[in-house]
Design a protein around this ligand. Structure first.
Ligand code: GLN
Ligand code: ZN
Length: 762
């Protein structure tokens, strides 16, 4: 019999119950017991929902993050949080979110602490809290969380399979704070893992899922050796280990993965399908092979018959050693499609969220165990959906495919090189030295959000809504004029989200109501669903921008989201390469850019906040991605005349390894996040001799602090030491939508004053 199991379940809850419970607890509106109660209820509910599987993950639930949980389990709290005397859950949230000392003074105790650093979990949009290491870091087991959940599960009759992050991946995910080698800690770490595994077996479980996704990355010999050492050492215990990899191919780690002394291996058969036959050949015959055959990263139905065609011969060879699972934890998909009552029924029939994916798994296992006939209805229904999606005119638009065929490299090429364009643009725009601007959004006040919500619900008519938004734009323009900014924006009042706003106006996009996915802690995102060929039925931003321009003599920036960001922040189709989808998006944005230009807009900003997020896990694949991503940006941006100034914006601070791509985008001006790096980030632009104009952020918009004029002048002087002053702009790090006008006004006044002071000195 084929065994079915799951690697992890979304913990936030179908209605984001955990999010609301956390936020209420953090605000002091509910008790610790209430929060713990919600957690226990969610776990019980999720276990019940997975009861059809042969093994159910336990310990995948988390109040904030599974990596931070592991740090607490291993007794690896950051130095600064170690001797906290208060409540353990409270301490956990202190490390997760940080705490300012000001709040602490009210309690008369100093419990202020800096938050742990957060970073992306492999190539997903989930973010984890980075473990911190020092040469003298020691580990001590705190199995309480794992054991409590395991006991709860076993008591409820759940066929529990605890899930933990493996020792090597745990070290790999962390950062050394003192320059010491993290791998030196392995010897100290392994005994704690051995104790943990023993404790779990003593609690009554047979299998433990031990995640080592580092196996799909490029590993130095030292890291491979660490894997070998770790699993030979852990081999003595009684727990049966399912060594689990996901998100990619094993490639040159394949042999290692097969030979590590464990009872079973899980691989991502979506991303590594081409490796599975080799794996079956190489895997010792006593080991279980778990194949991740249902995609845990997207929301499309699995083609069950095609999967069975592929699986049946493998089942012949593996027999009972074959296990089936989703490719990775289902943390990365929404919970239940059944909640989506408003979604177009045709599109809906093509989709599967977490619960539907588990049903698919059961269907596949039944087909293998009892023959396809046993599930013929399931298969027929699935076939109908697959066929409908493949042939739907909603998905396939011949005009878009034809336009894509017409694409040539020239379309991504500006007419003249930057130096010539810069001269023309400066004559036309006539901006002062150190021109000041902002990144696009201004504070989204309660009224704005309210109006947008009412409009969406149909309670506020189009005309009334437009009037309100125009008033908001007018106010925003007045404020910017009063502040004395040089290049203005309309403020983005009409936009809820920089991707959704465009997705809603493009054909080929659909939106779920409850399709939330955890991004970090209590924060969730609801990625739009890009299901079909992308086209732009009508201009999307031109009316707003031209209205804003009509109110001022200063140049007004058109404001768009770029194709790569639209792609990377959506659930995208799996029936064509991402590069093709990205090119379709590029053509739609290009048309918008050209319409803006035609309407007299002379500066157009195309945000690519998520360009870096699309980087593949393996560096060897970066070039391929960057090539098509940059090409897409160029197609979107570069169909304009030399006199039109193209800006792009990226809010992150790591450019060193992607500089050639950034330069190849050839935007006339790039604005980036630099205020917290004290302008050191500009070194890479300097070293690379980046030729175009740069606006290094001088105002950290993530903080309520108001930067002083002198501070901004200092930052800009540091910038000018690296980049020729005539190529510098003065602007915040990112959009201002999450800030209050009371903070924004003085901050921008200081910024404008700083620019004036700089002009006076130079
Ligand atoms: N133009 C957008 C804004 O100002 C950019 C947001 C972003 O880069 N994340 O809000
Ligand atoms: Zn930004």
């Amino acid at each position: 019999m084929v065994t079915t199991h799951n690697l992890g379940f979304p913990r936030i809850g179908a209605r984001r119950e955990l999010k609301f419970a956390l936020e209420s607890y953090w605000k002091g509106q509910s008790s610790r017991e209430e929060l713990i109660g919600v957690g226990a209820q969610l776990r019980q509910h999720h276990w019940q929902q997975q009861a059809g599987l042969d093994l159910v993950p336990v310990g995948d639930f988390s109040f904030y993050d599974q990596v931070l949980d592991m740090s607490f389990t291993l007794g690896n709290l950051p130095e600064r949080a170690r001797d906290y005397r208060g409540d353990a859950l409270d301490n956990y949230f202190r490390v997760a979110r940080g705490r300012s000392t000001s709040g602490a003074q009210e309690h008369g105790a100093c419990d202020g602490v800096q938050a742990g650093e957060m970073t992306k979990w492999f190539d997903t949009n989930y973010h984890y809290i980075v473990p911190e290491f020092m040469a003298d870091t020691t580990f001590t087991l705190d199995a309480s969380r794992m054991l409590e959940q395991t006991h709860q599960a076993l008591a409820a009759g759940v066929k529990a399979k605890p899930v933990i992050i493996g020792p090597v991946t745990y070290l790999w995910l962390g950062k050394s704070k003192d320059g010491s080698d993290r791998l030196d800690l392995l010897e100290r770490l392994l005994p704690v893992y051995a104790q943990l595994l023993d404790a779990l077996v003593a609690a009554g479980v047979e299998w433990v899922q031990i995640d080592e996704p580092v196996l799909v990355t490029e590993l130095d010999p030292a890291w491979r050796h660490a894997l070998s050492l770790a699993y030979h050492r852990l081999n003595g215990g009684r727990a049966k280990l399912l060594l689990t990899t996901y998100f990619g191919q094993l490639q040159d780690n394949l042999h290692l993965a097969c030979t590590l002394p464990v009872a079973g291996l899980h691989v991502d058969a979506i991303n590594a399908r081409n490796e599975i036959v080799t794996l079956v050949d190489q895997l010792p015959s006593h080991k279980v092979l778990s194949l991740g055959v249902v995609n845990g990263r997207n929301i499309w139905k699995t083609d069950l018959e095609a999967t069975l065609d592929w699986l049946e011969p493998l089942h012949e060879r593996l027999g009972d050693r074959l296990w089936l699972a989703p490719s990775c934890s289902l943390l990365h998909v929404p919970v239940d499609l059944a909640a989506e009552t408003r979604l177009d029924s045709e599109i809906r029939s093509w989709l599967a969220f977490a619960l539907q994916k588990l049903d698919e798994l059961t269907g596949l296992a039944n087909a293998l165990n009892q023959g396809r006939q046993a599930v013929h209805e399931t298969l027929a229904e699935n076939r109908a959906a697959i066929v409908s999606r493949r042939s739907s005119t909603r998905v396939h638009n011949p005009a878009v495919k034809a336009a894509l065929k017409q694409l040539d490299a020239d379309m991504g090429q500006r007419r003249s090189p930057f130096e010539s364009r810069a001269i023309l643009q400066s004559e036309l725009l006539n901006l002062p030295a150190f021109p000041t601007t902002t990144i696009g959004s201004f504070p989204q006040t309660a009224q704005i959000r309210h109006a947008r919500r009412q409009h969406k619900a149909g309670e506020l008519g189009d005309d009334a809504y437009t009037t309100l938004m125009r008033e908001e734009i007018a106010r925003c323009v007045r404020e910017q004029e009063a502040l004395g900014l040089d290049v203005l924006v309309h403020g983005e009042a009409e936009r809820n989200d920089m991707v959704e706003y465009f997705g809603e106006q493009l054909d080929g996009y659909a939106f779920s109501q409850f399709g939330w996915v955890q991004s970090y802690g209590s924060r969730c995102v609801k990625p739009p669903i890009l299901f079909g060929d992308i086209s732009r039925p009508r201009p999307m931003t031109v009316e707003w921008i031209t209205y804003a321009q009509s109110l001022t003599d200063k140049p007004m920036k058109g404001m768009l989201t770029g194709p790569v960001t639209l792609l990377n922040w959506s659930f995208v189709r799996d029936d064509q390469p991402r590069a093709v989808t990205c090119r379709q998006l590029a053509l739609a944005i290009r048309a918008e850019v050209q319409d803006l230009e035609r309407a007299g807009v002379r500066i157009i900003q195309i945000d690519e906040a998520a360009l870096r997020e699309g980087l593949p896990l393996r560096k060897s694949q970066w070039d391929a991605y960057l090539t098509w991503a940059v090409e897409a940006f160029r197609i979107a941006a570069n169909g304009v005349s030399d006199t039109t100034q193209i800006h792009t914006h990226m809010c992150y601070s790591e450019f060193n390894d992607i500089m050639p791509a950034i330069a190849a985008m050839d935007a006339d001006v790039i604005t980036i996040e630099t205020s917290r790096s004290d302008m050191e980030l500009l070194d890479v632009f300097d070293d690379f001799q980046y030729p175009n104009e740069i606006g290094p952020g001088v105002y950290d918009i993530h903080s309520p602090n108001i930067p002083g004029q002198e501070h901004i002048v200092q930052l800009m002087r540091k910038a000018a030491a690296r980049i020729a002053p005539e190529r510098l702009w003065v602007n915040p790090d990112c959009g201002l939508k999450t800030r209050q006008w009371e903070e924004v006004r003085p901050a921008l006044r200081n910024m404008v004053e700083a620019a004036r002071a700089l002009r006076a000195i130079t």
